[in-house]
Design a protein around this ligand. Structure first.
Ligand SMILES: [Zn+2]
Ligand SMILES: [Zn+2]
Length: 131
């Protein structure tokens, strides 16, 4: 389970649909009050408090691309989590670096949108990764 946190319009179909599905799947862990320590450290992979908001952003992009959506996400009770887990925040630069390295389609979308990204404080274009 990983929330990318990147502008949904820059995700390829696979990663857009994947992140949406994983948010739904992960909800069960909150209902069961499972520990999420390994989702928060060493790298923050999920933002529990923002999952509903993120779900809805992903759905908007899915609808734009012609997908149907019939699975509203209801925010579960997160009060059992420690504040640093509940309100954890993804480092979007890590997401962009990982995603552009692992997915050519996502990287191409970022190039098409002429987005400049920042990795380790160096502003680079995603296509430089492949040159
Ligand atoms: Zn949904
Ligand atoms: Zn992708």
């Amino acid at each position: 389970m990983r929330m990318w946190g990147i502008d949904p319009s820059l995700l390829c179909q696979k990663h857009l649909i994947g992140e949406h599905g994983e948010i739904h799947k992960h909800r069960h862990n909150f209902i069961k009050k499972h520990k999420i320590t390994n989702r928060i450290t060493p790298i923050v992979q999920i933002e529990p408090e923002n999952m509903q908001k993120r779900h809805d952003e992903l759905v908007l992009e899915m609808l734009k691309r012609g997908y149907k959506h019939n699975s509203p996400y209801e925010q579960p009770d997160l009060s059992y989590l420690k504040a640093e887990e509940r309100y954890a925040q993804i480092d979007i630069n890590i997401s962009i670096a990982d995603l552009t390295n692992r997915c050519v389609e996502c990287a191409q979308k970022m190039i098409k949108n002429d987005n400049f990204i920042s990795v380790n404080n160096n502003t680079i274009r995603p296509n430089n990764i492949y040159i």
